[in-house]
Design a protein around this ligand. Structure first.
Ligand code: SPV
Ligand code: MG
Length: 431
């Protein structure tokens, strides 16, 4: 009997999957692989079932001889161990990441004469409806809110991208790349005060009010499913912060990060060039504790951001504050720095981890941007935020286009650096 293999990365079985199983079964004895959570997250939607539940779901389907866990998205291990005569896959190799998987399969099968069989993808109303329902379920506040918590236990470092609109939300939601043997996409989104303010043509001094910032969140929520971390600046007055917590929870935001500054807040990347005042430990602990008391859901996170390194007060001051904030109820610590190297961040994290192995640590490597996610992970860091790169990419591109039109008295010269008219009018799908 020829050995047939296919791999599923899904929470639901629809007509398209059953069709693949029917076709695969005709070729020989069928084994189905199931990807574990971390691999599923790396290139597909967030799983709503456990790996074991996904395996069980497939075991029950007639025609399936065996179900195994495929530990990696690339097929090297499974093909070398199992040596299938046929690998069966849908022909929907859409993006470059999927193409990399296809190339991997073709290369491995060529080593011993195995064959890739591609089954036409099933496009019908039922399949599309189920797909849409899954997506919408993931976007619901009660499903989305707790996802950051879950991610912290599933991936080594939660990769978070700054977004400030529906469009940038879509970039964070959909961008996916093949990186060597891995597929990679962002896990979460950051609503930055710097970028949200700048996008509105305002300085980053808590001038843009919460109603307007919630409007930005709402635009992002409407078109995405990934969890949101909100930059809550100083959190404002404690009496106001408790209301912000409730509103964010209700919207389905996963976490708010508040920084221990008081008075007129300026952006941290100014460092000591501008006057900035750090809050007292006592006051800030009170704000955290009141926020936690106001919180209604179990899984919303209040993360305390420490500005000691930004203000030149040193690692010991940061460590003392971190311990106090955790004691006051903070669900995580963000430690910020504007140095060119991650040295002081690593010094802080290594010392903090000595007596606190669990509290999540968040970093924003804007100035020390040569550091890799792997290095951050090895110092016990759990969340990395790429806090402003999308907006910094967009502004020079837009400004240079505006200049080019003025310089030439027409738009023709700018056209070669623009996306096509076809691409812009088809970028956003209709329901
Ligand atoms: C933001 O993105 O608004 C931040 C991070 O707070 S930073 O700009 O580095 O202060
Ligand atoms: Mg900010």
């Amino acid at each position: 009997m020829p050995k047939v293999y296919t791999c599923f990365c899904t929470d639901i079985i629809h007509e398209g999957h059953l069709n693949i199983i029917r076709e695969a079964e005709k070729l020989g004895e069928l084994t189905v692989g199931v990807l574990p959570d971390d691999q599923m997250i790396s290139y597909n939607r967030f799983p709503t079932k456990t790996t074991e539940e996904r395996m069980e779901m497939i075991r029950g389907i007639p025609g399936v001889k065996d179900v195994i866990e495929q530990k990696q998205i690339m097929y090297d291990e499974v093909v070398r161990e199992f040596r299938p005569d046929y690998i069966v896959h849908g022909d929907n190799w859409g993006d470059s990441a999927m193409q990399a998987i296809r190339a991997n399969i073709v290369k491995l099968l060529a080593e011993y004469g195995g064959q890739l069989v591609e089954i036409p993808y099933t496009h019908n109303e039922g399949v599309e409806k189920l797909d849409r329902q899954m997506r919408e379920k993931l976007a619901m506040p009660e499903f989305r809110r707790g996802r950051l918590h879950k991610l912290l236990n599933m991936v080594p470092v939660v990769k978070t991208l700054e977004v400030h609109s529906g469009l940038t939300g879509l970039i964070a939601e959909k961008t996916i790349v093949a990186r060597g043997e891995k597929i990679s996409q962002f896990d979460a989104m950051w609503i930055s005060s710097l970028c949200d303010s700048t996008e509105k043509g305002k300085p980053d001094i808590e001038l843009v009010d919460m109603t307007s910032r919630f409007r930005t969140i709402d635009d992002v929520l409407e078109v995405t499913t990934k969890p949101i971390i909100f930059d809550g600046d100083t959190g404002g007055l404690t009496e106001h912060f408790v209301y912000t917590v409730r509103s964010l929870e209700r919207m389905g935001v996963s976490a708010v990060i508040i920084e221990d500054k008081t008075g007129l807040k300026k952006n941290s990347l100014f460092g000591t060039q501008v006057e900035q005042t750090q809050d007292s430990i006592e006051n800030f602990c009170d704000k955290i504790a009141m926020g936690k008391k106001a919180q209604l859901s179990d899984d919303f996170m209040i993360i305390a951001r420490i500005e000691s390194l930004i203000l030149g007060k040193g690692v010991d001051d940061a460590l003392g504050r971190a311990r106090a904030y955790v004691k006051a109820g903070a669900d995580g610590i963000m430690i910020h720095s504007r140095q060119k190297t991650p040295d002081e961040i690593f010094e802080f994290c290594d010392a903090f981890r000595k007596d606190d192995p669990d509290t999540p640590i968040v970093v924003v490597p804007t100035t020390y941007d040569t550091v890799t996610e792997e290095e951050l992970g090895s110092h016990g860091i759990n969340i990395v935020i790429y806090a402003n790169q999308l907006l910094r990419a967009a502004f020079p591109a837009m400004e240079s286009t505006a200049r080019c039109i003025l310089e030439n008295g027409r738009a023709h010269e700018a056209d070669s650096s623009l996306m096509s008219v076809h691409d812009i009018i088809t970028l956003i799908d209709e329901l």
